[in-house]
Write a protein that binds this ligand. Structure first.
Ligand SMILES: Cc1cc2nc3c(=O)[nH]c(=O)nc-3n(C[C@H](O)[C@H](O)[C@H](O)COP(=O)(O)O)c2cc1C
Ligand code: SF4
Ligand code: SF4
Length: 253
């Protein structure tokens, strides 16, 4: 078994690693941006693919990853994990449908509620204590899922027809275009000191400091990692101002 994940603020990375630990799986997990991933996946029959829900859908970079590695999925068993801030409906189902077209067999799905990563928006922001509670509940859900799997039954969160309808009408119909291409990239405020931290952490290598300016190369998958880590809080995507920088590590102690 091998795991691959996209994670902006660390939630999905934590959940997939816990999933592997609880299963006592000998395999390892890799970030989607690791260029060795396609080669590593080719050698394994069971793949766990994990990502944050975006608008009740799969992030664009994950859709591209699935397409770019089309031949790899034929005959593979795939288990899908999607983390979310509040509601996803069928974000596992979205990748499942795409993967099935390329011959994958979907073993199951797991949806896990975690702290919301959109730090330039007031919705779903919680105290540190509340976020710790959310993580404790999430961890317990992962443990229940891995117990089921050990007993030979895979959970199927987000994979039913009912989940599909909930995801579609709950959000996807209205925000579908947000996940059909890369976003231009974050907006940069005057507070930026060109320290390069965001350049270093971007999984898409989308940012660059050039001629004393921070520029975006139009390949942003809206993961919010740079935004959550900028020391000057000078980056935003959907909102205009940082409400609270959100990272799994802030709540993990
Ligand atoms: C652009 C964007 C869209 C999101 N859309 C949803 C959503 O539709 N439903 C939801 O419950 N959470 C949504 N979230 C929250 C994330 O899915 C959630 O916080 C996730 O655990 C973040 O994982 P990560 O830390 O691994 O990036 C969204 C986050 C971002 C950045
Ligand atoms: S991390 Fe923030 S301050 Fe540093 S270069 Fe990026 S946007 Fe500017
Ligand atoms: S520019 Fe920021 S939000 Fe966009 S992919 Fe890179 S780190 Fe994520």
């Amino acid at each position: 078994m091998i795991g691959v994940y996209l994670s902006g603020t660390g939630n999905t990375k934590h959940i997939i690693n816990l999933f592997f630990d609880e299963l006592g799986a000998s395999g390892r997990t890799f970030p989607i941006e690791d260029h060795l991933v396609p080669g590593l996946l080719a050698g394994d029959d069971l793949i766990v693919l994990a990502y944050p829900t975006q608008f009740s859908n799969t992030p664009y970079a994950v859709k591209v990853f699935i397409e770019e590695n089309k031949p790899l999925w034929k005959g593979k068993s795939v288990f899908l994990i999607s983390t979310m801030g509040a509601f996803s409906g069928d974000s596992t189902g979205c990748a499942a449908r795409q993967l099935k077209k390329h011959g994958a067999v979907i073993k199951g799905g797991l949806l896990v509620k975690m702290p919301d990563s959109v730090c330039d928006n007031h919705a779903y922001k919680h105290t540190k204590e509340k976020n710790k509670e959310i993580i404790a509940v999430a961890d317990e859900k992962v443990r229940r899922a891995t117990d089921m799997i050990k007993a030979g039954k895979y959970p199927r969160n987000g994979l039913s027809f009912f989940d599909h309808i909930r995801g579609l009408f709950g959000q996807r119909l209205w925000f579908y275009n947000k996940t059909t291409s890369y976003c231009k990239g974050p907006k940069v405020s005057q507070a930026c000191i060109r320290c390069g931290k965001c350049v270093e952490v971007c999984p898409m290598k989308n940012l660059e400091v050039k001629d004393d300016k921070l520029i975006s190369k139009g390949k942003c998958t809206m993961c919010y990692r740079c935004i959550s880590m900028c020391p000057r809080k000078s980056l935003t995507i959907m909102g205009e101002k940082i409400v609270e920088q959100v990272r799994y590590e802030k709540y993990a102690d």
